[in-house]
Ligand binder design. Structure first.
Ligand code: ADP
Ligand code: C5P
Ligand code: MG
Length: 212
């Protein structure tokens, strides 16, 4: 690790758009120690003091659901070349886990989450702002399948949460943040033409004249 500060990439987009898929592609494009990924989902506030019945009713699509101060502090630490103990989050338990995972500083830092382009302080830390775009019906179908398979949800709970909280917050906070993107990746996270361009950029950053 040299003293040059890392190149910070923000990846925003609606739920089910393919943000995590794009972040995985960036990671796969380089040696793992060259890219540090900080999903904003891991920085949901710790709700372990609330009973489960209340935790499932929290609005997880509002900016207030996130521990933004901790997220900003950890990004600052990585930018200073120091490792962080990243919290881990359980979508099944609706709260932070006791365990953390150490993230080492790296020449490329990826910030990924529905609201990473919403807050000005986060935007100012980024060298490249990406918004992953996909039609709302496609995003909803992906979310329904994923939440049932991977997040322990029922059809009824996904539909109710989507109509009550996810959709209105998307329209109020996520979609308007698209205006701050430098690059919009259409058709979700498996757009190979866009991913090829992004990974080529990462390669050039990590080699001559970049942040290697
Ligand atoms: P996000 O993190 O934005 O919610 P994910 O990356 O988890 O979205 O993608 C949601 C689901 O959709 C995953 O199962 C992923 O494999 C799938 N997916 C993402 N992009 C595409 C795409 N372009 N075509 C088909 N499936 C996709
Ligand atoms: O990966 P994705 O962008 O879909 O993750 C963000 C979504 O996770 C939000 O839309 C939020 O509704 C959902 N979420 C949830 N349950 C939690 C925390 C977040 O369904 N406990
Ligand atoms: Mg995701």
């Amino acid at each position: 690790m040299n003293s040059r500060r890392p190149f910070v990439i923000g990846i925003a987009g609606g739920t089910g758009s393919g943000k995590s898929t794009v972040a995985d592609a960036v990671l796969a494009a380089a040696l793992p120690e060259r890219v540090a990924v900080l999903p904003m989902d891991n920085y949901y506030k710790d709700q372990s003091d609330l009973p489960f019945e209340e935790r499932i009713r929290v609005n997880y699509d509002h900016p207030a659901a996130f521990d933004l101060e901790l997220y900003l502090a950890h990004i600052a630490q990585l930018r200073q070349g120091r490792s962080v103990e990243m919290p881990l989050y359980s979508f099944e338990e609706y709260t932070r886990l006791k365990e953390t995972i150490r993230v080492e500083p790296a020449p490329v830092v990826v910030l990924e989450g529905i609201l990473v382009l919403f807050d000005e302080r986060l935007r100012e830390l980024m060298d490249l702002r990406i918004f992953v775009d996909a039609d709302a019906d496609v995003r909803f179908i992906r979310r329904l399948q994923r939440d049932i398979l991977e997040r322990g949800r029922t059809v009824e709970s996904v539909v109710e949460q989507y109509m009550e909280r996810v959709r209105p917050m998307h329209l109020s906070f996520v979609e308007p943040s698209k205006r701050y993107a430098d690059v919009i990746i259409p058709h979700g996270g498996k757009n190979s033409a866009a991913l090829d361009m992004l990974t080529a950029r990462i390669h050039s950053l990590l080699t001559a004249g970049g942040v290697a």
